[in-house]
Design a protein around this ligand. Structure first.
Ligand code: SF4
Ligand code: SF4
Length: 361
């Protein structure tokens, strides 16, 4: 169980910072927060991140990480970049495509000096069932090469999200470390529908649906409810907002399930866990969206903490302060992000109470 008040270190950045500025400030946070205190010589350190879908531009840039990786090497640990495969079609649903996409975005071993390991195997069959005592799950399916690392650095790019309101450290851990079957379990309550009058028959949703649940019927997309398992990718993909989800209670359940998966990842390693969140190029949808998105607010800064709940709460608060409104609730009022924070806190992942320690200027 965590302390009641967690420390969150914060370094501001100017709008559109250079990659060098972000890289140096990330290192500054590593040093100020004494992240090396959780590392032991020889540790295999998973740097859990999101390599960005093809054509997305919001993801954490490889150049941000070079000084951090050098510092980890100087601490005599063995870092590797990692993520698990996605549920939806796209460039990251199996390890071969996923690796190639990571390389295309500049995360190749030659550029980074460390390997990329897709944590759940080529077809996402490499996972372990971790027992938890959750309200939704008794066990969760966590990608092996994240679960069996010695220490975990959670590198998150906070964004809004069409199904969970907020996608940040808790989501990076919970959804991002799940096997594809685990991701499917989390989405089981989501049931989208096509709003026929808005559909322009572009066919994009058909390309992205992982289970061929969508066909064109009478010139409009149609979802077969018997096949659909609620991954919600079609809602994020449709450029015309023609696929709606009746959220009534579903977002809350999805967020709670996601927090339970995050608990499965961290419950036995709360002392070997640190998080960084980059409040840079914050967008309405997440980095799974395969197109460039405009930021919804000026860049704010970078955060570090040992507590995923505290860092997400600080993310929400800092962006609300900058936007002069609750940014995520304003973007996604039907998907109140508070569900993931409160359930994660209840499970023991961390605390929503934090002290913000601002460094630099
Ligand atoms: S129709 Fe169902 S399974 Fe297919 S993309 Fe949409 S939510 Fe996912
Ligand atoms: S992506 Fe949207 S507009 Fe295009 S076919 Fe699907 S529902 Fe219709």
């Amino acid at each position: 169980m965590r302390n009641r008040v967690s420390d969150v270190w914060f370094v501001p950045v100017k709008n559109n910072p250079s990659k060098e500025e972000v890289a140096q400030k990330t290192l500054q946070l590593y040093q100020a927060a004494k992240i090396s205190s959780i590392l032991d010589k020889g540790d295999l350190v998973a740097m859990k991140m999101h390599f960005g879908e093809k054509n997305n531009t919001g993801y954490i840039k490889p150049d941000y990480l070079h000084p951090l990786i050098q510092a980890l090497k100087a601490a005599k640990v063995k870092p590797y970049l990692t993520d698990a495969n996605t549920l939806y079609r796209g460039e990251r649903s199996n390890s071969v495509d996923h690796l190639m996409q990571a390389y295309a975005h500049g995360f190749g071993p030659e550029a980074m000096g460390i390997p990329v390991i897709i944590a759940d195997g080529i077809r996402s069959k490499s996972y372990e069932e971790v027992s938890i005592d959750g309200s939704h799950f008794e066990s969760v399916k966590i990608a092996n090469d994240i679960l069996h690392s010695d220490a975990l650095l959670v590198l998150s790019h906070p964004t809004g999200h069409g199904a969970t309101g907020l996608g940040a450290a808790i989501k990076n851990l919970g959804m991002g470390s799940a096997s594809r079957s685990g991701k499917q379990n989390q989405h089981s309550d989501v049931k989208p529908k096509v709003v026929r009058k808005k559909c322009r028959a572009c066919g994009l949703c058909i390309q992205w649906c992982p289970v061929d649940a969508i066909t064109m019927v009478d010139g409009r997309a149609h979802i077969d409810e018997k096949i659909c398992y609620g991954c919600a990718e079609c809602t994020a993909t449709c450029p015309f907002g023609a696929i709606a989800v009746n959220w009534e209670g579903t977002s809350q359940a999805l967020q709670e399930k996601m927090a339970e998966y995050a608990w499965g990842v961290v419950k036995d390693r709360l002392n070997k866990l640190a998080c960084f969140s980059f409040l840079i190029h914050v967008t309405k949808d997440c980095d799974c969206v395969g197109r460039a998105q405009r930021p919804v607010i000026n860049d704010v800064g970078i955060l570090a903490s040992f507590d995923p709940v505290a860092i997400d709460q600080a993310t929400v608060d800092l962006l609300a302060r900058a936007a002069r409104k609750d940014l995520f609730l304003k973007m996604w009022p039907e998907n109140d992000y508070n569900a993931q924070l409160s359930h994660a806190e209840k499970l023991g992942i961390g605390s929503r109470q934090y002290e913000l320690i601002t460094i630099g200027d």
